[in-house]
Design a protein around this ligand. Sequence first.
Ligand code: AMP
Ligand code: MG
Length: 430
Amino acid sequence: MSTDPLPPLRLEEARARMLAGVGALAAETVPLLDALERVLAEDVHARDTLPPWDDSAMDGYAVRAADTSAAQRDRPVVLRVVGEVAAGHTAAGSVEPGTAQRILTGAMLPPGADAVVRVEDTDAPAGTAALPERVAIHVPVGVGASIRVAGSDVRAGDLVAAAGTRLTAHRIGAMAAAGRAQVAVHRRPRVAVLATGDELVPPGTPLDGGRITDSSSSGVAAQVMDAGGVPVALGIAADDRGSIRDRLRAGIETADIVVVCGGVSLGAHDEVRPALDEVGRVDLWRVAIQPGKPLAFGRATSTDGRTVLLFGLPGNPVSSFVTFELFVRPVLHRMAGRSGAGGRTIIRARLTDPVSTDGARRAFQRVTLERGTDGGTQARLSGGQGSHVLSALLAANGLAIVPEGIAELPAGAEVEVMVLDDPGWPEEEG
Ligand code: AMP
Ligand code: MG
């Protein structure tokens, strides 16, 4: 049992203390694809005007619009085809009255032309036919028809994306179009992860003699990557203060954050708190959440003078998962320059089962989200809610939040759910 005399902290209070003084990490310039999911540390301005010149939005014929004004389907206007301009080439000559040039999508408009007639509106075959001598135009077109005007998208020097923009996949191409092969983004936070416990063996090792697999540190390392950080494995330390301390020191020298899984309670073999005290300034808190035992948090200074955050999370895999989500993930987001308190979507859903909690702490229950018969979203408990129950975590795609002060919720009650794995749109019925 904790002997901490202070009442448990509210989640928001604990999180605010952890985030205090944390800012976005320094910028580094990286090749464009390495910037995926990272946050711009510079304003990106367009190098070029886009489109850079008037070009065709269609495959068709570049014409003078006035030449087509009398065109009808049964009485077409016939123009002499004097050339062709394909994408990536410049026109050989200009379009004079009574003439046309075949043009392909994205090709530069030849001088003299002020409109494009779509190939479908001519007698010319679409595709790779030989250049015809003449083309019959079946419909009149106005000036500017099927033309993408230079600068209609972006002008050289325009701000394309401001510092702070997250470079999701749908924004990377725009950086390339702005003329950038590299961009400045915030450095990824490095997170050293240490497992502690005499009972732990690495994944894949046969179990005997009371040993169990260290699953929490793999889970935490994956959460680090998912939150935009780079995990650094510190391995497994026995419940021995000296060995924990030495690995913590190694972590402090290489990482922005050190996360220790396990050993953070006040049990007879819980050596993490004293080891943390030897390497930094540490508080042990109780936070009013469930799961979530006492949680250690503090700061250390590396030999090169950097402030490194220290987190001691409970060792049970469900507890380490939930406490990482609630506390470490928001810090990683802040360091990576992302806005928001951790970036998980919160939705509302109806419980399919009654839920009971201890009432004193905010509870995070593993649930599976599903579509109800009324079309709304419902949340089904994905299994036992004990902190060691991996099967329920495995089946879950959300964490249902039961506020403090509420001990019982009936089936059908609406709750907020943090979405862990968005299943996306349902498959089309075919
Ligand atoms: P602790 O937080 O060290 O008191 O551990 C609480 C429970 O979680 C115990 O049953 C431990 O065996 C288990 N545990 C601790 N660390 C890990 C880990 N890295 N992976 C899996 N289980 C762990
Ligand atoms: Mg332990």
